[in-house]
Ligand binder design. Structure first.
Ligand SMILES: [Zn+2]
Length: 447
């Protein structure tokens, strides 16, 4: 616990009143809208920007728990009310910001980085929010809250994260998955961590509806990203990007978007840094959706005057196959403040973009493929201009999506070349092998 610093819940639509932390709060008691965590900015500002930077620098050098976590090393900005003994950390955060200079040149960008949030305990950025939420639940239980379990609906990554942190804390975990719509790797994760795994007939939005009903009596804690605590942890992606760029920001941050908690959190992080003078300007945000699940994109076409939930269609980007995003209002608030745009990408576009990035050294998950494809489209439209700098947020590890990798596009890569997706089978003979290597290398030279 960090004394002095404080925070509370407040309605994102602006209803008056502060709701104390600690209770089971998901929405505004007056209007039913979402709540967010608000921090006592006056106290945070008592420390200068330079003092914050040197504090974070010191903690980055410290390997000791809990400062080894990218989330808890910024705890004053995240959730200062958590006492040390309740922190549940699996070493989340501190993920690499990787430059892709060859791809940057191909897109005429000054710099292009990928923020590899999938390099994490359960292989996705969801760990950042779950460490905060599960720590808060552990503290609430210790303080006497009658909570029996934590639960979430998931397209795969959220359930993996909740199951892991729940297991670490010894809190029973229930996950709701759309049957047959998550990858085998994602299904194996919560099962291994001992969660109660419920595969429902329907899609993610059906699972979300059911989990809200099941958690209505408040003895099972709702862990979806409509929960404001998740947003606080995910916000640290923005803090890490700024710190990794020497306390500056790129011109653009491109974020794959499904349930929209992600883009809301990253925007909130940059706004807080600006408020505390840790950065001197804001990046623009590009929200990237799969064309088959693009309610935010459709709403953007009306300047966010209309929002129509849709029945999401099948997409390779299963983690963002969501037609009725719970954090829609949060996302719009952030997009307006960060001069945001929304783009969408087809299945072919996302596959080609992921494959192209892989040929530049990544192993991009399909959601990252969506972000990269949208970036290419924004460059083509000159929304993202020549010479600008871009960070693409990669939300999950490509290893969770083996079938996507094995079955990627054969056509459409640079020069219209084809890509082999099988190994070359040969006799174990050095002459045969050398001959084949010569032909393969000559072939690469021609591409
Ligand atoms: Zn309200």
């Amino acid at each position: 616990m960090v004394k002095r610093f404080s925070c509370w819940y407040a309605c994102i639509r602006g209803c008056e009143g502060r709701i104390p932390m600690g209770g089971t709060v998901y929405e505004c008691p007056r209007c039913g809208g979402l709540v967010d965590v608000e921090h006592d900015l006056d106290t945070l500002k008592e420390r200068s920007a330079e003092e914050w930077k040197s504090l974070f620098r010191e903690r980055s050098a410290a390997a000791a728990w809990p400062m080894s976590s990218g989330v808890w090393s910024r705890r004053e900005l995240v959730l200062p009310s958590i006492r040390d003994e309740h922190i549940v950390s699996l070493g989340e955060g501190r993920t690499p910001l990787v430059p892709l200079p060859r791809l940057a040149r191909a897109l005429a960008l000054r710099e292009l980085w990928v923020k590899q949030c999938g390099t994490s305990a359960t292989g996705s950025f969801k760990d950042l929010g779950m460490t905060v939420l599960v720590s808060a639940v552990r503290q609430a239980i210790s303080d006497g809250a009658p909570l029996r379990a934590v639960a979430c609906a998931s397209t795969g990554d959220t359930s993996a994260a909740l199951a892991a942190y729940g297991a670490a804390a010894g809190i029973p975990t229930i996950v709701f998955l759309p049957r047959g719509k998550v990858t085998p790797a994602q299904l194996a994760q919560p099962l291994a961590n001992g969660a109660i795994v419920l595969a429902l007939d329907g899609d993610f939005d059906d699972c979300m509806r059911v989990v809200r009903d099941v958690t209505a009596d408040r003895t099972i804690y709702l862990a979806n990203s409509l929960n404001a605590l998740r947003i606080e942890g995910q916000k640290t992606v923005a803090i890490e990007i700024a710190e990794q760029l020497g306390w500056s920001v790129p011109d653009w941050v491109v974020v794959p978007c499904g349930n929209l908690g992600n883009v809301a959190a990253i925007g909130k992080g940059f706004l807080l840094l600006r408020e505390l003078d840790l950065i001197d300007r804001l990046p623009r945000i590009a929200a990237a959706q799969a064309q088959n699940a693009d309610p935010l994109y459709r709403s953007y076409q009306t300047d966010f005057r209309r929002f129509d939930p849709q029945q999401a269609r099948a997409t390779l980007a299963t983690a963002i196959q969501i037609g009725n995003p719970v954090s829609y209002e949060r996302a719009v608030l952030v997009l307006r403040q960060l001069d945001g745009v929304v783009e969408h990408a087809s299945e072919e576009e996302l596959s080609i973009a992921a494959a192209r990035a892989d040929l530049n050294g990544t192993y991009a998950c399909p959601q990252t493929g969506v972000a990269l494809a949208c970036l290419e489209k924004l460059v083509a439209k000159r929304t993202v201009r020549v010479g600008e700098s871009v960070v693409v947020v990669s939300t999950a590890h490509g290893l969770k999506f083996t079938a996507f990798k094995a079955g990627g596009p054969e056509q459409g890569l640079s020069g219209g070349g084809t890509r082999r997706r099988e190994p070359i089978e040969l006799r174990a003979n050095a002459n045969v092998v050398m001959d084949r290597i010569d032909r393969e290398l000559a072939g690469l030279g021609r591409e």
